[in-house]
Design a protein around this ligand. Sequence first.
Ligand code: PEP
Length: 248
Amino acid sequence: MRRKLVAGNWKMHGSLAENEALLAGVLAGMADVKAGVAVCVPYPYLAQVQSRLTGSAVAWGAQNLSQHAKGAFTGEVSASMLKDFGCAYVIVGHSERRALYGESDAVVADKFAAVQAAGLTPILCVGETLEEREGGTTEAVVARQLDAVIAQSGVASLAKAVLAYEPVWAIGTGKTASPEQAQAVHAFIRGKIRALDAGVAEGLVIQYGGSVKGSNAVELFSQADIDGGLIGGASLNAEDFLAICRAA
Ligand code: PEP
């Protein structure tokens, strides 16, 4: 049995006071959560989550990083800096980074490699736009995004990574992929990796992301190839997030 992992992506939300209340709420409800749980927070709040979550059952991480190790990259943050703050995970290739900041498959592959070089675990996001889905290219798009990483880091690198299938049309829109739609893409991803390395494929945690809520999480997470979720909006409310964590 693969472990289930639920990760919150706070995006650019929060304040010291709001985070304090949210973290307290999540910690208070963790006793009956069996899945792995993490929160990926804005950089300035890493020290806060490190101090609040050290020794707890909740891990933490960042939402982005520089592909470079150090140097003249004003405003950027390296993997080793994230490691200094105890991050376990770093999200790479989120569709908002790809679409709003022009991150290409090649840049995402570099970032994935940078996370692993620091000994942290990347959460690699892949997924198609609505136009791509309607054009029948979902599998081709997801395969291309995965191939960029496999070409650079090798299929074995996925043994120390988490994947998140996030159809772009389902992120923050309230439109969730149906469990069957999501399972079909998850099975495609696992099958593609199985063809390269069966052991890596069986152990690989593939999260689903896109408008997951307490009300749809059980059905999504009960699909054979869905191993938890990457949660945006619902991770900003402790009760909503915990309901999803319990569903995993
Ligand atoms: C996300 O930000 O990765 C995400 C899935 O957002 P939401 O849950 O709000 O759709």
